[in-house]
Design a protein around this ligand. Structure first.
Ligand SMILES: [Fe+2]
Length: 137
């Protein structure tokens, strides 16, 4: 069984909007892996479609944020987003071809890679764009 790890507190970026969306994104990947483990490919297919739609919207939001802030690393960051969307499409293709083991393996890789992205590129973006409290030293 896939370990129950859905969210690691270290992934919290103290950026409410991003954290909320990251929680849901990781939960969708986990839901996808669970559906495959439970041998429910029809459910996995639906969750994968939701994951693609949600990730497209979420990444688009981050890219708008970077654009609005003239964030210097936006091109490299957006490139990573593009790779994630391609990864999700690959997972869908594996599922369409009946390759459920490959799809599961790829989903676990995706979850690791997303967590690494959140912890690195997204953390830097959150730090650069986090609404600052008034005052402070
Ligand atoms: Fe990102």
């Amino acid at each position: 069984m896939v370990e129950a790890h859905v969210w690691n507190e270290k992934l919290d970026l103290s950026h409410e909007a991003m954290d909320h969306e990251h929680h849901l994104q990781i939960a969708l990947v986990t839901g996808f892996a669970d559906a495959l483990e439970q041998r429910r490919p029809w459910l996995a297919r639906r969750v994968a479609a939701q994951l693609l739609t949600y990730s497209t919207a979420h990444f688009g939001g981050e890219e708008l944020l970077m654009e609005a802030a003239s964030y210097p690393a936006r091109d490299a960051h957006a490139l990573e987003h593009g790779e994630f969307l391609a990864h999700i499409r690959q997972i869908q293709r594996a599922l369409d071809e009946g390759d459920e083991d490959v799809a599961l393996e790829a989903a676990l890789d995706l979850r690791q890679a997303l967590a690494a992205h959140m912890n690195d590129a997204d953390r830097r973006l959150a730090e650069a764009t986090r609404p600052r409290a008034a005052g402070g030293a």
